[in-house]
Structure formats: C-alpha cells, structure tokens
Design a protein around this ligand. Structure first.
Ligand SMILES: [Zn+2]
Length: 118
C-alpha cells in the first residue's frame, strides 16, 4: 500500500496516480531507472582518513582526494571515472600503510642499532 502525499488516500503500490485526487504517487518510472542501475563504487574514504591519521599524512591526503572524487563522479553518472578514482584511493591507502610500515621498521632498526652500539 502507498499513501497519497496530498490527500492521504490508500492506493495500490502499482498505482501511478492517486485514485481520489489523481496526484502522482511515484515519480514516473523513466526517472527511476537510472537510479536503480546506479552502481555502488567503494570510496575507501574511511580507510583514507584512517591512514592519514595513523600512517602517512601527505600520502593519506592524496587518498582522501581520490575518495572524494568517487562520490562526485557517481553523482554525475561517471561510473568508469568513479571506479578509476576508487582504485587510486585504494592504491594510495596501501602506499600510505606501506610507507608507515617502512618508517616503523626503520625506527625499530635505528633503536636496535642504537642499543647495540651504546
Ligand atoms: Zn490523493
């Protein structure tokens, strides 16, 4: 059942117009199809923010920029572009994590070397 937003009359779900006042119950089907086929493209925004905070700030910011582009591109219907930005966001998240790991390893080695030679 769907309620008419103008007069409150109950209508069948598949009714196009209200049986009482003829107000449109749904948007015309043609307008709904593009939104139904709209694809979900992961934006990795959470990961970008986390890697920026905990790993590597400059690299994380690059990831955030690509993450933001994903949603913008999905909104304008550029799915291929959104997928491309999504891939880049993911890649920069990994680069951020990797560079963080390298710094941690260098740090541990530096501490060990310092301990040995002191
Ligand atoms: Zn109505």
């Amino acid at each position: 059942m769907i309620y008419c937003s103008r007069c409150g009359t109950q209508n069948e779900d598949n009714n196009y117009k209200c049986i009482k006042c003829e107000a449109l119950l749904h948007e015309p089907l043609g307008d709904r199809i593009p939104r139904m086929v709209e694809e979900y493209v992961p934006d990795y925004l959470v990961w970008s923010i986390l890697t920026t905070l905990f790993c590597c700030l400059p690299v994380g910011i690059v990831a955030i920029v690509f993450s933001a582009q994903v949603n913008t591109k999905v909104k304008v219907g550029d799915i291929a572009g959104a997928r491309d930005s999504s891939k880049k966001a993911k890649m920069w998240c990994w680069i951020s994590v990797a560079s963080w790991a390298v710094f941690v390893v260098i740090g541990i080695v530096a501490v060990m070397v310092g301990t040995i030679f002191n």
